[in-house]
Design a protein around this ligand. Structure first.
Ligand code: 2HA
Ligand code: ZN
Length: 275
């Protein structure tokens, strides 16, 4: 089968375009990667080039040795993915050491994988292990309202989690583990990748102060839905704070405990205590 005919490729392109339509991907902002299933790799093998040049990842991810990923390209615009997929996105293979990758499809015209490849692959490694292989999607977006909040809320996991949970009743059900916050760091390198993947052991969401968000999930729907839910919650908080400096009423710690019981989720008490 041709790569562009595969269902997972259509899902990848659709998700990227949905993110563009949300306004989360100005210019070349944001990036997306998907760990391709074995049977999906087999189905497109005839369309893959297996003699590309090996290049350094910039991080070591031994658990991902031999895995294939679909990734967005460095400097490519999400806006163009739907019309020029072979230029904007690509498939890479990881070598047996987890130190190098080679391009097997796409990224024509000398393209390279996303500048955040170290963060994507380190997050994939952590989430693959934590989810026993279920998580396959890592998504980075420049979500406007979450970014705005990183200028006015303390950069603290507990405070961000509780504030976001309070803004919509379904939030704690969608991200019961909470969200982590990475202080401002230089993007694109190993240091921010290490800091982010450390948080991803605990959370499915990591906020990068003054930059954006990373989300992890099992498939395109769940990962996009997670990003969308957190960003919508942030939008409500921005509106609430714009209307008045403090809330007149909100969801209480006991309300959260009642919700957790009926919806069968565990909400760590550590997030229920701050005022
Ligand atoms: O431009 O979003 O973090 C791509 C990015 C880098
Ligand atoms: Zn970014």
């Amino acid at each position: 089968m041709k790569v562009l005919e595969a269902e997972f490729v259509q899902g990848f392109i659709c998700m990227a375009n949905d993110g563009w339509k949300q306004g989360w991907h100005e210019r070349n902002g944001g990036n997306l990667s998907y760990r391709i299933k074995k049977e999906e790799v087999d189905s497109i093998m005839e369309d893959l080039n297996r003699d590309g040049e090996w290049r350094e990842i910039g991080a070591t991810v031994p658990s991902l040795a031999g895995e294939y990923f679909m990734v967005t390209g460095s400097g490519k615009f999400f806006r163009n993915i739907i019309n020029e997929p072979e230029d904007s996105i690509g498939i890479i293979e990881i070598d047996e050491l987890g130190k190098n990758y080679r391009i097997c499809w796409g990224l024509m015209n000398g393209g390279r994988p996303t500048s955040e490849l170290p963060s994507h692959l380190m997050n994939h490694e952590v989430k693959m292990m934590a989810s026993k292989g279920k998580h396959r999607v890592i998504y980075h977006a420049h979500t406007t309202n979450v970014i705005a909040l990183t200028f006015v809320l303390p950069l603290d996991d507990k405070i961000f989690t509780r504030e976001l949970w309070e803004m919509a009743t379904e939030c704690p059900v969608v991200f019961p583990d909470g969200v982590g916050v990475v202080p401002w760091m230089v993007p694109g390198g190993r240091d921010i990748a290490v800091a982010t993947s450390k948080l991803m052991k605990k959370y499915d969401v990591a906020i990068w102060a003054h930059h954006g968000m990373f989300c992890s999930g099992e498939n395109f729907d769940l990962t996009f839905g997670l990003m969308h839910t957190v960003e919508k919650s942030a939008e409500i908080l921005v509106k609430v704070r714009s209307m008045r400096p403090n809330k007149l009423q909100s969801i209480t710690p006991q309300n959260f405990r009642d919700l957790a019981k009926d919806f069968n989720v565990k909400l760590p008490e550590e997030f229920l205590h701050h005022e």
